[in-house]
Design a protein around this ligand. Structure first.
Ligand SMILES: Cc1cc2nc3c(=O)[nH]c(=O)nc-3n(C[C@H](O)[C@H](O)[C@H](O)COP(=O)(O)OP(=O)(O)OC[C@H]3O[C@@H](n4cnc5c(N)ncnc54)[C@H](O)[C@@H]3O)c2cc1C
Length: 385
């Protein structure tokens, strides 16, 4: 398909954020939205490399409210878009090993319950029957929510791509945005490797590249790329189908069932900011040693695959969502800091509302506007994995 000369909205980036925004714009009646993705397939970057976790358990009200909306949308995704997404409610189990985390999570559970989220507080004796294969040494308490779980990121992206196209949006691959022209203070054209498109509205949905695209309009979008990596094992027959997504919060180690094996990751706290997506084998050794300590059965498993991807990290671990006041017509959706896949459905809807209706109304997203950093309104998320 050729690059059109004009569009009502140009979305840059075809991960979960861009495709969800395209679908929700089209659903709300915008018939001339154009999405440009530089890769040959959609969802190849952060979205396609993520662990697929979906959870209600966050530390700030805004994140819990976004999760509540997003998980409802994922629940009815197949019905709405005709695309199965391998939704599994295996639950998320957080293991807490420090007094500081115990205190923080106690407050979080109270807040979540006040908002109508049924997260349970668990003493160690209640944790053991949930995960008999896990070594609970040092665990002081835990939290569990049976309505947290997993979904398949590529299927979610594919559902939104097909849904947006059915409603008239154009979504193109192999088109790289190289510059943005601003005139009279407003966005005018998107410059690409295949020509130019005139548009009054541009959405920056480039995930780890959000800051680079912000520079094209002279705006500081404080989102940086940080490498995170994953290992998937071969079959482990002892792992039950309902094995929960388990997180050792203090170390950042997590694992969940993936096919017949286990998918595991652990954040390197000293990982420098970089676009490097090669696997760091030294860190993988540290990670696997810790993983085998918590889940000793891993010692018997073979390796099926490994990969690295990029978190798109913002200073307060909340997304930058909405218009950028310095450049009328320029919008951002990114900086989810490790939990964007699950928030993609809700945030695409909320941004479409802000673009077409002037403000998001399903939820108030003004706390997530980029000017919070300038105005000292950061809202720090504790529960980052
Ligand atoms: C290892 C790992 C595990 C994770 N686990 C989870 C999890 O369990 N649950 C969860 O919710 N989240 C998880 N995340 C985070 C989640 O993957 C991201 O927050 C989310 O996918 C971000 O989506 P996005 O659309 O903003 O970015 P992306 O998926 O990266 O999409 C951005 C797109 O923009 C394109 N692009 C960039 N620049 C240009 C340009 N100039 N022109 C055209 N196209 C461009 C890129 O090619 C890319 O496809 C994880 C991430 C990683 C790396």
């Amino acid at each position: 398909m050729d690059l059109p000369k004009t569009a009502d909205v140009v979305i840059i980036g075809g991960g979960v954020m861009g495709t969800s925004t395209a679908y929700h714009l089209a659903l709300k009646g915008c018939r001339n939205a154009l999405l440009l993705e530089r890769e040959s397939f959609f969802g190849m970057q952060a979205t396609g490399r993520c662990a697929g976790g979906i959870r209600h358990q966050f530390g700030t009200e805004i994140n819990v409210r976004i999760s509540m909306l997003s998980l409802l949308m994922l629940d009815r995704f197949e019905e709405e878009l005709g695309q199965p997404i391998d939704l599994r409610y295996c639950g998320y189990l957080f293991l807490l090993t420090t007094e500081k985390d115990v205190a923080a999570f106690r407050q979080q559970v109270e807040m979540q319950q006040r908002l109508g989220v049924h997260t349970e507080w668990l003493e160690p004796a209640k944790i053991a029957p949930l995960v008999p294969l896990v070594n609970l040494e040092g665990v002081l308490a835990g939290t569990f929510n049976a309505r947290d779980g997993l979904a398949d990121p590529s299927s979610v992206v594919q559902g939104y791509v097909s849904g947006a196209r059915r409603l008239g949006a154009k979504l193109l691959n192999d088109v790289e945005v190289t510059d943005i022209r601003v005139d009279g203070g407003k966005v005018q054209d998107v410059v690409t490797n295949q020509g130019e498109v005139s548009t009054p509205v541009i959405v920056n949905a480039t995930g780890p590249w959000l800051g680079q695209v912000g520079k094209m309009v002279g705006v500081d979008i404080p989102v940086v790329p940080v490498r995170r990596q994953i290992v998937v094992t071969g079959p482990i027959p002892e792992i039950p189908p309902d094995f929960p997504f388990t997180i050792d919060f203090a170390t950042g180690l997590y694992f969940h069932r993936e096919g017949p094996g286990i998918l595991t990751g652990m954040a390197n706290p000293d990982q420098p900011v970089s676009f490097d997506q090669s696997v760091d084998m030294e860190w993988e050794l540290v990670h696997l040693e810790e993983a085998m300590r918590r889940l000793p059965i891993l010692e018997r498993a073979g390796l099926a695959s490994r990969w690295a991807g990029l978190y798109e990290v913002s200073p307060d671990a909340h997304p930058i969502l909405g218009h950028i006041p310095e450049v009328p017509g320029f919008y951002c959706i990114g900086g989810f800091s490790g939990h964007g896949f699950q928030h993609g459905p809700a945030c695409g809807l909320l941004l479409a509302e802000e673009i077409l209706d002037g403000a998001a109304h399903t939820l108030d997203i003004t706390p997530l506007h980029n000017d919070r950093f300038r105005e000292g309104r950061e809202i720090v998320e504790y529960n980052v994995v």
